[in-house]
Design a protein around this ligand. Structure first.
Ligand SMILES: CC(C)C[C@H](NC(=O)C[C@H](N)C(=O)O)C(=O)O
Ligand SMILES: [Zn+2]
Ligand SMILES: [Zn+2]
Length: 393
């Protein structure tokens, strides 16, 4: 399959200017000017896309999603539905990392892995964290390190819940041991071994991570704490943590105004504040908690309702950073492309450059609205509409 994208303004994330992009057999082959080809592909047709008036960005990486669904905090009827292919592709997301959450009992790692493989068969790139909120973690093999070695898609452990009334309240020793197993399991399998940490609204905030970093040889870069913007106090702590060299993950939300009413710091405003505080744009990521539950609890900690995370909350935050807050696209784009790729060691992902996977999006240049999405060289979305559907869509 050969695809030639002509005259798009290319953000690798860094801006490379107006270029042609040649994709061959699912990989980015060449970026250059005036690429013209007489090659006919197997079907006798060279797919050519006119990218003029568009920006080309790497396909978005969503580093925290519930591919299998999640929820359950309000009983059986609140178990959220699993993700479908076009939930991601129509959001510009070409790589999704799945995890289990509160409910690691009715949902298990074998189902999560099967779901991830199903989405991969449909054209998306997927990976998973082994575990769930709970410590000790649910696993595939009964052992975190064996999971890394035996399941290619396992790249980290998560989402491990701390500072939350739903967490398993792990001791510092339990948390240290799990962090060590993630690190060594990652080493032995050539993977990131990242600990994806769920931060709740509890006042202990990042304590267990800082305890591990300060009292063991495990580096702060072993951790990717998510929901850093879920309340103002945690966000302020997150700035200090990031200035100390830590990575932080913003949870983009469906309705930023509503979540601000709930005290969440809108992702785009949080990113602007982090940059103003001198945090490097290489240190934060954006995820969606897609298909995870977004439960609301009253002061008695009773679940009084819940929403469902959606991957299509990420691009609006990138758009808001650029169009509302004046942050350069090549700066904020790293948070959803090169940063998660580097932090999670997805070496073929996150950049528009020769040799990388053919995952890219074309956005209308002025509005940054999504027009086209390619996953591993295959056109999945065109003019904002899915041209490849999931099996049951
Ligand atoms: C960041 C907030 C708004 C949502 C967050 N979601 C999860 O952690 C996933 C959820 N518990 C599930 O298992 O599906 C939360 O519940 O605190
Ligand atoms: Zn969470
Ligand atoms: Zn989650």
């Amino acid at each position: 399959m050969i695809t030639l994208i002509k005259n798009a303004k290319v953000y690798q994330p860094e801006c490379a200017g107006v270029k042609d992009i040649l994709l061959i057999d699912g990989k980015i082959s060449t970026i250059g000017e005036n690429i013209s080809l007489e090659i006919k592909n197997a079907e006798g047709v060279l797919v050519e896309i006119d990218g003029s008036g568009m920006v080309a960005i790497p396909g978005l990486i969503d580093p925290h999603t519930h591919l299998l669904g999640g929820g359950g905090e309000g009983g059986y009827k609140t178990r959220t539905p699993e993700a479908m292919l076009t939930d991601f592709t129509t959001a510009g997301v070409t790589t999704a990392v799945g995890c289990l959450g509160t409910d690691g009992v009715t949902r298990n790692m074998i189902s999560l892995l099967a779901k991830a493989k199903g989405l991969e068969e449909e054209g998306l790139s997927t990976y998973v964290y082994t575990g769930s909120y709970h410590v000790p973690p649910v696993t595939l093999t009964g052992d975190v390190m064996k999971d890394f070695l035996l399941a290619d898609k396992v790249i980290g452990v998560g989402e491990v819940a701390i500072s939350d009334h739903r967490s398993s309240q792990p001791s510092s020793q339990e948390f240290r041991r799990l962090s060590a197993d993630a690190r060594v399991g990652g080493m032995l399998s050539g993977k990131a071994g990242i600990m994806n940490i769920h931060l709740g609204d509890g006042s202990r905030m990042l304590e267990l991570i800082l305890d591990t970093v300060e009292n063991t040889e495990i580096p702060i870069t072993q951790f990717l704490p998510t929901h850093i913007n879920r309340n103002p106090a945690l966000f302020e702590e997150g700035i200090r943590y990031a200035k100390g060299g830590g990575y932080v993950d913003f949870t983009a939300s469906k309705d930023p105004e509503y979540w601000e009413a709930e005290g969440e710091v809108r992702t785009s405003k949080g990113i602007k504040r982090m940059l103003e505080e001198g945090v490097s744009p290489d240190q934060f990521t954006i995820s969606s908690d897609a298909q995870g539950s977004l439960p609301l609890f009253n002061e008695k900690m009773e679940c009084i309702g819940l929403g469902v995370g959606k991957s299509d909350t990420i691009l609006p935050e990138i758009r808001s950073c650029v169009l509302d807050l004046g942050i350069p696209l090549e700066t904020v784009l790293r948070a959803s492309t090169a940063n998660p790729a580097r932090i999670l060691k997805l070496t073929s992902k996150g950049r528009i450059a020769p040799g990388f996977d053919g995952d890219l999006c074309l956005l209308e240049e002025t509005t940054l609205e999504l027009d086209t999405v390619l996953c591993k060289g295959q056109i999945m979305v065109r003019s904002g509409k899915p041209v490849v559907l999931g099996t049951f869509q």
